[in-house]
Design a protein around this ligand. Structure first.
Ligand code: ZN
Length: 450
């Protein structure tokens, strides 16, 4: 791999001290960042130079929560709260298979890449009988688009007949879910520095999974050395469900089952009170903040300022496209700024706070902040080069505000491990029109199965 110099742009390193260079350089060698600094790069011999004049250079964005397969079910149940929305969509989702999932995932990941995302977290929890190798299909689609994948092997084993929310036809047995989770880790998880595929274990939620599966999943994940993920404290209805069924808050219930720890991250964390925030902070449990999805389903606004002040790791997520049809991670930076200000005030959450959770915050949530999430020598070269000299942003006082308050800037380049997968706003790793056609066909095919 040749040496690449990105220079002439505004560099927001998102390092510990928030170092920025009004005009600076980033040097990439062998997929690793080897130098970052002000002005021009010192040694230009034999390097390929990317002119970033008029650009904002940031770490590649890290998505901490998604359901890639939902790319095929955008636009459904538009005016529902979570439980009604889930109930409407379970029948459709329970007809997916590996091929349809791979097609939807390619579309979702193409849009993520086009919005600055280099690391894609996914949470897949629907595994119908005979649906083929879904996790393998997700891994293939990530390789096709060229992004880094954090797939989680999810599961549901608590059907409606046992008091759960999903219909019985959408669930697996506890043993089957555990065995398949172990197999997914053993087949696909690569713990190496800079790896392109990691797997975590992710039973779906307190209202779709038994206590046994939650407890056993935690034991299994720890024995395999991988992380744990689930949905938690998303809605008031979930609070009521846990109060009625377990006599506890979701946080108390999950802690009881071994589910708080620095190897765990939860999607949403909207309904966390002071006691819960203190438990997350004390245990190092992370949160994936998903502002657009929380808005679409009217779930509420997560207490991100309070989580950050308490020291809780917070990352950003788009969530599945069935509750966020945009699917653009870059857009969530602005959504996070707006939503959190509605909750806690105009000076409570800055554009730099939002960029931080979208990058190093997400990397920490995924346990990869030593490798990803900031522009520093020795880190993997996941770099977004945003064009902020076009008609949307020319003349703006602060390039970081262009990203955090303005229209999503087009990408001049997006590098994953030093490889450019987006150039001049277009995906170069795969043909966008081909992906769009495949997504349309797969969406139609899935709808026809209902
Ligand atoms: Zn979700």
């Amino acid at each position: 791999m040749t040496r690449t110099i990105i220079e002439g742009g505004f560099i927001a390193t998102v390092d510990q001290g928030g170092t920025e260079h009004a005009t600076g350089h980033v040097v990439i060698d062998g997929g690793i960042i080897t130098a970052v600094g002000a002005g021009a790069a010192p040694d230009r011999d034999g390097a390929k130079v990317v002119d970033a004049t008029g650009c904002l250079v940031t770490p590649g964005l890290v998505n901490t929560h998604h359901h890639l397969y939902q790319w095929l079910t955008r636009g459904y149940s538009q005016d529902s709260i979570l439980f009604d929305w889930l109930t409407a969509l379970y029948p459709l989702w329970s007809r997916i298979d590996a091929d349809l999932t791979a097609a939807g995932a390619a579309g979702a990941m193409a849009v993520l890449a086009r919005s600055g995302c280099t690391t894609v977290g996914d949470h897949h929890y629907v595994f119908p009988q005979g649906s083929g190798d879904i996790v393998g299909g997700l891994v293939q689609s990530a390789s096709r688009i060229g992004v880094r994948l954090h797939a989680t092997r999810g599961s549901m084993d608590l059907g409606a007949s046992q008091g759960g929310l999903p219909p019985d036809f959408a669930i697996e047995t506890t043993d089957a879910a555990l065995a398949a989770s172990q197999e997914a880790v053993e087949r696909h998880h690569d713990p190496a520095f800079g790896s392109l595929v990691q797997i975590a274990i992710a039973p779906c939620s307190p209202f779709s999974v038994t206590a046994d599966l939650l407890r056993e999943s935690a034991v299994l994940a720890r024995s395999l050395g991988v992380r744990l993920h689930t949905h938690a404290s998303e809605t008031a209805e979930e609070d009521a469900y846990c109060a009625e069924r377990f006599g506890m808050t979701p946080t108390q219930y999950l802690e009881d089952l071994g589910w708080l720890g620095d190897d765990v991250w939860m999607a949403h964390g909207v309904h966390l009170d002071a006691a819960a925030i203190a438990r997350y902070a004390a245990t190092g449990t992370g949160v994936a903040h998903c502002p657009s999805s929380n808005g679409r389903l009217a779930a509420g606004i997560a207490p991100v300022r309070d989580l950050l002040r308490a020291g809780v790791p917070v990352g950003l997520g788009v969530d599945g496209a069935a509750s966020n049809e945009s699917g653009q991670l870059g857009v969530e930076i602005r959504e996070a700024v707006l939503m959190n200000r509605l909750r806690t005030g105009a000076d409570s959450f800055s554009v730099r706070d939002a960029l931080r959770i979208a990058t190093i915050g997400g990397a920490r949530v995924l346990g990869r902040d030593a490798e990803l999430g900031s522009l520093e020598p020795g880190k993997v070269a996941d770099v977004a080069v945003w064009r902020v000299d076009g008609v949307e942003h020319a003349g703006i006082l602060d390039p970081v505000a262009a990203l955090g308050l303005g229209a999503l800037p087009p990408l001049h380049r997006l590098f994953v491990g030093g490889r450019a997968i987006v150039e001049e706003g277009t995906l170069t790793s795969a043909e966008e029109p081909v992906i769009a056609e495949e997504v349309a066909a797969a969406s139609r095919a899935l709808a026809a199965r209902l």
